[in-house]
Design a binder for this molecule. Structure first.
Ligand SMILES: Cc1cc2nc3c(=O)[nH]c(=O)nc-3n(C[C@H](O)[C@H](O)[C@H](O)COP(=O)(O)O)c2cc1C
Length: 253
């Protein structure tokens, strides 16, 4: 595959290209129900070609993407999420969960696998000590961030093609891993950490609330006005979360 032309040295104000990029960034919106569609193989390749270029700690590239096209497998994976959602409801976790049946009909379904054995690519003592545990946790965080960076590139590529996307992590539970791994032939040593769904939306996607730039940005020192106390966070969870998760930003009162 030929690499695209690089920007000439010194061209750091390519606003037109930035705007084209931002159009894709803004257009990436979560949708949880899709219209029937057949995603050509080429589109999966275009999307994962973007994932391939992501940065990663130690350049370990600890990711693997499984494109799921088999309808039976899609049904089974979707059902795992539906069951998990019902399990959470029974536990009264109070998390506003969406309808995961949409996974079963997602035209594009990609299961994301991480290889945490790459912790050994980072400074770890491997002696079982408390210090070793700290370094190990840090190494795991590096790997998780690396896979997220790659996954994000895939989501943006799908958005660039015009698809609605859905990033699902509700998979941490052991039984989901146990059910999905054999279905897709994933070796035990690896971890399924995410599922990416995409396709034409069943209903138009809507833009969710995003913090303003000044709320997420400080110059030189952390802006204390942006620090939230735990009580404020609890309040956010109680009174705001449900509104920003499933509502159009323009319709929030
Ligand atoms: C790391 C991560 C995990 C997520 N996990 C789930 C999930 O398990 N289920 C789900 O329905 N949506 C999940 N989402 C989607 C978010 O709910 C969604 O991105 C958020 O509400 C903002 O909406 P937007 O993507 O349209 O900007 C996840 C997103 C990210 C980045």
């Amino acid at each position: 595959m030929t690499e695209p032309a690089r920007a000439p040295a010194g061209a750091f104000d390519n606003v037109a290209r930035y705007e084209a990029f931002m159009e894709v960034v803004r257009a990436r919106m979560t949708n949880r129900a899709f219209a029937p569609h057949t995603v050509p193989r080429e589109h999966f390749e275009l999307i994962l070609e973007a994932a391939r270029h992501a940065p990663s700690g130690a350049n370990a590239q600890p990711w693997h993407y499984i494109v799921v096209t088999d309808d039976g497998a899609k049904q089974a994976i979707g059902q795992c999420f539906v069951d998990e959602q019902q399990h959470r409801a029974r536990l009264r976790m109070g998390f506003p969960t969406p309808n995961y049946n949409g996974v079963k009909t997602a035209p594009g379904l990609i299961v994301i696998v991480a290889d945490f054995r790459f912790v050994r690519a980072f400074p770890v003592l491997n002696d079982g000590s408390a210090l070793d545990r700290l370094y190990r946790e840090n190494a795991e965080r590096i790997l998780l961030q690396s896979v997220a960076a790659s996954t994000m590139a895939a989501h943006l590529a799908a958005a660039a093609l015009g698809y609605a996307v859905w990033w699902i992590t509700a998979i941490g539970q052991e039984d989901i891993q146990k059910q999905v791994k054999p279905l897709l032939g994933v070796p035990d040593e690896l971890a399924i950490i995410d599922v990416m769904c995409f396709g034409p939306p069943a209903k138009p996607s809507y833009k969710r609330w995003k913090k303003r730039l000044d709320q997420i940005m400080s110059w030189d020192r952390f802006d204390p006005a942006q620090f939230m106390t735990e009580a404020q966070i609890d309040d956010w969870v109680r009174n705001t979360r449900h509104r920003v998760m499933y509502r159009d930003e323009s319709k929030i009162d």
